[in-house]
Design a protein around this ligand. Structure first.
Ligand code: HEM
Length: 410
């Protein structure tokens, strides 16, 4: 389909009622909220793979402890990545609704399958977690875990095709009507990009490696984790992170080489910023490899920074893909709705910030204590604050609804 027709199609598919505030706000939030999603994807996939590998070596107490720990990390991580995926999903489908919904319809069977495969994958992983205790855990449970990880990888791939097919609107009509016949099955995957998907997988190796070094530092205060075990975890994390960062550079270059020439990715400053950052990250892992002790939090923070740049790069790329069709989110029709926008901000900052802050602080502090944990006054105050914010939020939400209902029916 030619560029002018594709442009007209994209604009026709946009929501005619527009969006309730400035599109830049949605775009920035989309990029920002995707960062925690992908970080938990990375940690979970890395932890799941490690949980399985360490399980095969469980006759050694260090590997057995590591297998149990990383199996648990993946169990918690997957639940968090699902919850954290919701926010970028809301923003993507608000400003890139033609791309997201069309891609979903074109591969609808895969989107529906995503829910089922994620559910059975998680159930399998949970069963593996329940049985993975002690060095006498039965060997067959490995296959439960392997099945769970395979499902998570498949789901990541489905996410990738949904994002990637959305970048090729010029092909949608051809995909929808192969050979001139309408195909409403939604059963096909129309395109994918291996280096792009591979890059996110390699990123899982890096981020998990950095996580493992930080894990070794975090548990130093616990008497039930020996210094030898923690040093083992840090050493392993260090090697894994270094391999991951190297793989990321290779896959990033492959990804860049695979991009259409008219994207001009090689001349974009974001490309070089990310490449230099990846080189610095690799150097940081290299220089700390012999003495990773105490470096975990710094290396993990550097990895979070990398995820931030990857998120921006993804968006810069999407804008470049859309440019030939004059699709710029900043042109999106705006119908200002100040009360709903204020409620939205209040929800993010008040409820999200306080509740999120409370949970993170609580989990961080409780994990460092062996046995029952007694909350200190800061945590208790944060807990009270988040409860108060939630009650105020419910009251405001219901109040605005009742007020509008009364005004319309009065
Ligand atoms: C095991 C499950 C999952 C894995 C492994 C996974 C992995 C990924 C990966 C690799 C990407 C980047 C794709 C690309 O840009 O090529 C991605 C993007 C994304 N994921 Fe997930 N994901 C999972 C589950 C979820 C869930 C449950 C949600 C929503 C509730 C979600 C929401 C998103 C969103 C909104 C994007 C960005 C899409 C876009 O910008 O067009 N993900 N995910």
């Amino acid at each position: 389909m030619d560029a002018a027709t594709t442009q007209a199609m994209l604009h026709t598919l946009q929501d005619p009622t527009g969006i309730p505030s400035h599109p830049l706000i949605f775009q920035v939030l989309m990029v920002l909220t995707w960062v925690p999603h992908i970080l938990f994807v990375n940690i979970s996939l890395g932890a799941a793979l490690m949980g399985l590998y360490a399980f095969t070596r469980r006759h050694d107490p260090h590997w057995q402890l590591l297998s149990e720990a990383t199996t648990k990390v993946a169990k918690v991580g997957v639940s968090l990545l699902v919850v954290l995926g919701v926010a970028p999903l809301l923003f993507t489908q608000t400003i890139y609704d033609p791309q997201w919904y069309t891609s979903n319809l074109l591969s609808a069977a895969w989107v529906i399958g995503f829910i089922f495969t994620l559910t059975i994958g998680y159930l399998a992983w949970f069963s593996f977690y329940l049985k993975n205790h002690g060095d006498h855990a039965p060997g067959w449970i490995f296959w439960l875990g392997a099945f769970g990880l395979a499902m998570f990888l498949l789901d990541g791939f489905i996410m990738h095709i949904l994002a990637y097919q959305g970048l090729h609107p010029e092909q949608w009509v051809a995909w929808y009507t192969p050979g001139g016949q309408v195909d409403m099955s939604g059963a096909r995957i129309h395109t994918y990009e291996l280096p792009r998907f591979g890059f996110f997988m390699a990123m899982s190796v890096t981020v998990f490696g950095a996580f493992l070094i930080a894990y070794g530092d975090y548990f130093k205060v616990r008497a039930d984790r020996t210094p030898a075990y923690l040093a083992f975890a840090r050493g392993l994390g260090s090697k894994i992170a270094l391999i991951g960062a190297g793989l990321q550079i290779i896959l990033f270059l492959w990804w860049l080489a695979d991009l259409p020439v008219d994207i001009h990715a090689w001349t974009h400053p974001m490309t070089w910023l990310l490449l230099i950052y990846l080189a610095v990250l690799t150097a940081a892992f290299w220089f700390t490899r012999t003495h990773p002790d105490g470096q975990g939090y710094k290396l993990l923070t550097l990895s979070v920074g990398m995820a931030g740049l990857v998120a921006i790069f993804r968006e810069v790329l999407r804008m470049a893909y859309m440019a030939p069709f004059n699709y710029n989110v900043l042109d999106y029709k705006v119908h200002w709705d100040v009360p709903s926008f204020a409620l939205f901000l209040f929800t993010i900052v008040g409820v999200g910030g306080l509740m999120g802050g409370f949970i993170i602080t609580l989990v961080y502090k409780a994990g460092r204590v062996q046995g029952p944990y007694q909350a200190d006054s800061t945590v208790a105050r944060l807990g009270m604050g988040s409860l108060a914010a939630t009650i105020t939020w419910v009251a405001a939400f219901m109040g605005v609804g009742i007020w509008i209902w009364l005004r319309n029916n009065g």
